[in-house]
Every structure is written in structure tokens, then in C-alpha cells.
Design a protein around this ligand. Structure first.
Ligand SMILES: Nc1ncnc2c1ncn2[C@@H]1O[C@H](COP(=O)(O)OP(=O)(O)OP(=O)(O)O)[C@@H](O)[C@H]1O
Ligand SMILES: [Mg+2]
Length: 327
């Protein structure tokens, strides 16, 4: 069996924060607290969950935008969480990112030509000046933008076009994995669908793997291979798209998905409203972190943390219940 493109093993990221009047004491935000998953080549894994559950922190750990607290991030068999700068250079090329707001990540003074040429130069991908120009124009074709636009600057484009530029810049590095952190969240519905379709086309064309971070479950349902659901720094369920949308196993997943509109406007899911607020990641609940809001809570949930276990086939769930009670 070939190794997965990406393996994340028991990843933890605890952010220190100062507390008290003079900030002398330190406490920790348990943003990501023991997360494990894999992504195969050419696969899309979506990371979903409410705001603050740790999705972006997982993405940033994979991009190695900071040092992790513990755990491993392994790309194609090689650890990147503790890689030396020399190894990291190649690793950085292989994992690229597309953020929510392309405008903030595109230098407003640079022309598109230079924005796209930069990663090609940085990673030494072009053999000559002609090769560089060929690559830059090819990228415009790939993301379906007119070549004339190469001489323009980011502010001259619409939101959807800027996101195409962000994608082209990511592709310039010839990555194997792209982390899309809320990459389509700020776009209008129709533009959103176009960008998602583009990502899917590119995935097929280049065999790209995607970590698709999103709170938009309707989009996720439309395009992902698998889904990982996070709650307070943990993955509570991970499963193929069809299985998880048809029969969620975790009470939190069930509540989260119950709010997603069905494609047929006549049909409706029964939305489940969870009581209480999401607890603070500074002081997460004991046992199962979801126990304070779970409609099916029992004693064991308050003391013993459930581990991810396989239920059927590829569906993994971290819950003490053998099955969700029927409605
Ligand atoms: N640099 C930091 N210092 C301290 N706390 C942080 C830092 N970055 C993130 N956090 C905290 O870690 C937790 C997880 O944040 P994260 O951005 O990963 O969530 P998210 O799931 O991406 O949320 P959203 O859907 O709003 O983007 C939050 O409580 C957040 O406040
Ligand atoms: Mg985020």
C-alpha cells in the first residue's frame, strides 16, 4: 500500500495567553488538542466545525506557519513539523495555501505577472526567461483568466477573479496539496460555485489533494470526498461524504448537518438546536468535550474521553454511544 500524501498524528497546538492584571500568569488556549487524519493523493478532505474549533490552526500547522506543541505532520513520508530549513524549502513548495481574502494576501502594488512569477522564481522552477513567461501565461489559462490581465494589479479585479489569481499563485509552485482556508466563503453564491468547480477541475487535472477548511456545509456536501468534523480542538467524526451526510454517527455532527439545506427546496432536514454555548478552549470540559451540550449525555461522558473508533467501513467516530438513538 502506498503511503498517504499527508499524515497528521496526534497534533497539538496550545497557544500561551497571559492572564491576570499584570499578565504574570500564563494559561493556554487548547486550539488543537490531539488531532489525527490522513489525506490521500488527489483527495479532498473537508475540515468543518463552528468558529473557533481549531480548523485554521490545523491548516497553519500543516503549512508550518508556527511550531506545533506536539504531534507530527508528515508529507509523503517526511516529517515537516520539525524539518530543518533546507528540507522545509522543498516542503513549502509542495504544500500551498489559498486564503479567504485574496486581496489581503496579494500585494496591491504588484502586477499579476509579478505575483505569479514570484513563486516560480523562488522555487527555481523556470529554466529560462522564456520558460518563466510561458508558465505565467499558462497559469492564466488554467484559472480561466484573460492573458491581457497579466499587466493589471489586484484592485482591478472582482472578488472571484482575485480568488482565481490566488489559486494561480498557489499552482505556480506546482504543489501536491493545497490548503483552502475558507477560500470561497466571502464570495457570492454563483461565484462560489464557479470557484469550487475550478478547484475540482484542477484537482482532476493535476492530481491535487485539497484540505478544504469551511463552515459552509452545503458547499462541502457538493464537492468533498471525505469530511472531518471538529469540536473544541478535537475531531469527533471523520467519514466519506455520502456516509456522513446520510447517517452521521456523532451527536454533534448530526446537529451540525441538520442545519444544512437540502438541494431540493421542498425537502427539509429537521434542524437540531443545541443548548448552551461552545465552552472556552482555555478550559475545555472533562471527558467528552461535547458532553455539556449533548442531548444523549450519560455518566461515562463526563469523565472518560471517547477515542475515535471505526464503526462501519471508513466511518470513524469519537462517542461512547454504540449508535445514535432513533428519533
Ligand atoms: N495566535 C493565537 N493566540 C491565541 N489564541 C489563538 C491564536 N490563534 C488562534 N487562537 C485561538 O484558537 C482557537 C482556534 O482558532 P482557529 O482560528 O483555529 O479556529 P477556526 O476553527 O479556524 O475558526 P473560524 O471558523 O472562525 O475561522 C480559537 O479559540 C482562537 O481564538
Ligand atoms: Mg478559521
Amino acid at each position: 500500500m502506498s503511503i498517504p500524501l499527508l499524515q497528521v498524528n496526534d497534533l497539538k497546538k496550545h497557544f500561551p495567553v497571559k492572564k491576570g492584571l499584570f499578565g504574570r500568569q500564563t494559561e493556554f488556549v487548547y486550539a488543537v488538542d490531539g488531532v489525527s487524519f490522513e489525506i490521500a493523493r488527489g483527495e479532498t478532505l473537508s475540515l468543518v466545525g463552528e468558529s473557533g474549533c481549531g480548523k485554521s490552526t490545523v491548516g497553519r500547522a500543516i503549512l508550518r506557519l508556527f511550531d506545533v506543541t506536539s504531534g507530527q505532520v508528515i508529507l509523503d513520508g517526511q516529517r515537516i513539523d520539525d524539518a530543518l530549513p533546507s528540507t522545509m524549502r522543498q516542503m513549502r513548495r509542495r504544500v500551498q495555501v489559498v486564503f479567504q481574502d485574496p486581496f489581503s494576501s496579494l500585494n496591491p502594488r504588484m502586477r499579476i505577472r509579478d505575483i505569479l512569477a514570484e513563486p516560480i522564481r523562488n522555487f527555481g522552477l523556470a529554466k529560462s526567461a522564456i520558460d518563466l513567461e510561458t508558465r505565467v501565461t499558462a497559469l492564466m489559462d488554467t484559472v480561466r483568466l484573460p492573458r491581457e490581465a497579466l499587466n493589471r494589479r489586484p484592485h482591478e479585479f472582482s472578488g472571484g477573479q482575485r480568488q482565481r489569481i490566488g489559486i494561480a499563485r498557489a499552482l505556480a509552485a506546482e504543489p501536491e496539496l493545497i490548503v483552502c482556508d475558507e477560500a470561497v466563503s466571502a464570495l457570492d453564491v454563483s461565484v462560489k460555485a464557479q470557484i469550487v468547480n475550478l478547484l475540482q477541475d484542477l484537482q482532476r487535472e493535476f492530481g491535487l489533494a485539497l484540505l478544504f477548511i469551511s463552515h459552509d456545509l452545503a458547499i462541502v456536501e457538493h464537492m468533498t470526498h471525505r469530511v472531518a468534523v471538529m469540536y473544541l480542538g478535537k475531531i469527533v467524526e471523520v467519514a466519506p461524504r455520502r456516509e456522513i451526510f446520510a447517517a452521521p454517527r456523532h451527536p454533534y455532527t448530526k446537529a451540525l448537518l441538520s442545519a444544512v439545506p437540502l438541494p431540493d427546496p421542498g425537502a427539509k432536514r429537521n434542524p437540531i438546536i443545541l443548548g448552551g454555548d461552545v465552552p472556552s478552549p482555555i478550559n475545555p470540559p472533562s471527558g467528552c468535550r461535547f458532553h455539556t451540550r449533548c442531548p444523549y449525555v450519560f455518566d461515562r461522558c463526563r469523565t472518560e474521553e471517547p477515542q475515535l473508533r471505526s464503526t462501519e467501513g471508513e466511518q470513524w467516530v469519537a462517542c461512547h454511544l454504540d449508535a445514535l438513538p432513533a428519533e
